[in-house]
Design a protein around this ligand. Structure first.
Ligand SMILES: *Cc1c(COP(=O)(O)O)cnc(C)c1O
Length: 356
């Protein structure tokens, strides 16, 4: 394995005061990880250096054609003081799946995981300790060649930056209002929906903006071809409890395979709660709501963990779920996942990885 050179900052930044607000993704820790790729040479020059601006050409390919992938994960300060990561191997495997789709060279997953652990260890004093706070980790890869021409890059950068982030729910879990998107689509089978790549988010901005103007938190995407089947919410996968059974859309290429989604399914199976991955149409959901069978709905993702949905709008059809209150199962899943992540309860799945 490559050595990781470490150059510590000579100008450490002032850390946020304990308990100070930590708006998501706005405060960055002192260091970052960098590694270059050059065709013929492979990944090389792994290093942890002071956080700072990149030196890049305005012709850098990622700026023009979006050859970029990213990941999102967190480091948690456990109740006993240990530092924990949650299933980092799944994030690195997903990054390689995104890499493959974007013609980005594969990374050594084990090495990348070690690099992240080392970066978190160097900046461990940046992990906030207040209730529900964590260190958000953003690994990403960008094509760097200064070349205005569409082809895969020969020179790329793998970068990891981290941000202390506060509790997503400072006032407790509040169900959100979601709006079913009828005009825009996010991804289609054969496209890039299953990858974490910049273009998917560029495609989502307009719908998100219109949803916010109407006082909705996010949109629920339907499939891009028939506009009938439920896919996912802005940055979350989605689950519905219908007549005692938990249903989530099956992965078929246009949906992001969330690590939280996978974990929810595994937990439900362990509890013996019926859970199925299948196609689910918005009409079926509306019918279930009318018949009083739509018991709970929630989104799942690293940032919010579990986000209960209390109100769903599909055209003129308004579905109010569980009287707009959080469901029992949603709450139990939230408590279990966050309990494992912060080391408050045993981790029977072996999902957490300690950073020394
Ligand atoms: C990251 C992401 C998710 C959630 O994935 P997790 O691994 O659970 O954080 C869901 N949908 C989209 C579009 C995402 O970008």
């Amino acid at each position: 394995m490559q050595e990781i050179r470490v150059e510590l900052t000579k100008n450490p930044k002032q850390k946020p005061a304990p308990g100070a607000p930590l708006p998501f993704g706005t405060i960055f820790s002192d260091h970052m990880f960098l590694m270059d790729y050059d065709k013929g040479k492979g990944w090389h020059d792994a290093r942890i250096v002071p956080f700072g601006n990149l030196d890049m050409s305005p012709a850098a390919m990622c700026l023009h054609y979006g050859q970029s992938v990213f990941e999102g994960m967190k480091a948690y300060r456990a109740v006993d003081g240990r530092i924990l990561l949650f299933r980092p191997d799944r994030n690195m495997a997903r990054m390689n799946s995104s890499n493959d789709r974007l013609c980005i060279p594969q990374i050594d997953e084990k090495f990348a995981e070690k690099a992240i652990e080392k970066l978190v260890s160097v900046d461990k004093d940046w992990i906030p300790t207040s209730e529900g706070a964590s260190l958000y980790i953003r690994p990403f890869i960008i094509g760097m060649d200064p070349h205005i021409g569409v082809h895969p890059a020969n020179h790329l950068l793998f970068i990891v930056i981290t941000c202390p982030v506060g509790n997503y729910y400072p006032e407790g879990l509040n169900p959100v209002k979601i709006y079913v998107e009828k005009n825009y689509v996010r991804a289609v089978r054969g496209g890039m929906g299953y990858t974490k790549t910049a273009g998917n988010y560029a495609a989502s901005l307009k719908a998100q903006d219109e949803a916010e103007k109407q006082d909705y938190t996010q949109v629920l995407w339907l499939d891009g071809v028939e506009r009938k089947y439920i896919e996912e919410v802005g940055t979350m996968n989605v689950f519905f409890k219908i007549n005692g059974e938990v249903v989530t859309p099956e992965l078929q290429g246009s949906i992001l395979p969330g690590v939280t989604r996978m974990s929810v399914i595994e937990i439900l199976k362990k509890w013996g709660v019926p859970v199925v991955e299948r196609r689910l149409s918005i009409q079926e959901l509306a019918d279930a709501a009318k018949d009083g069978k739509l018991e709970e709905a929630f989104g799942s993702g690293t940032a919010a963990v579990i986000s209960p949905i209390g109100h769903l709008k599909w055209g003129d059809d308004i579905m109010v779920i569980n009287d707009g209150k959080i469901g029992e199962l949603s709450q139990k899943l939230y408590d279990t996942l966050t309990g494992i992540q912060w080391g408050k309860i045993p981790d029977p799945f072996g999902w957490t990885v300690e950073v020394k």
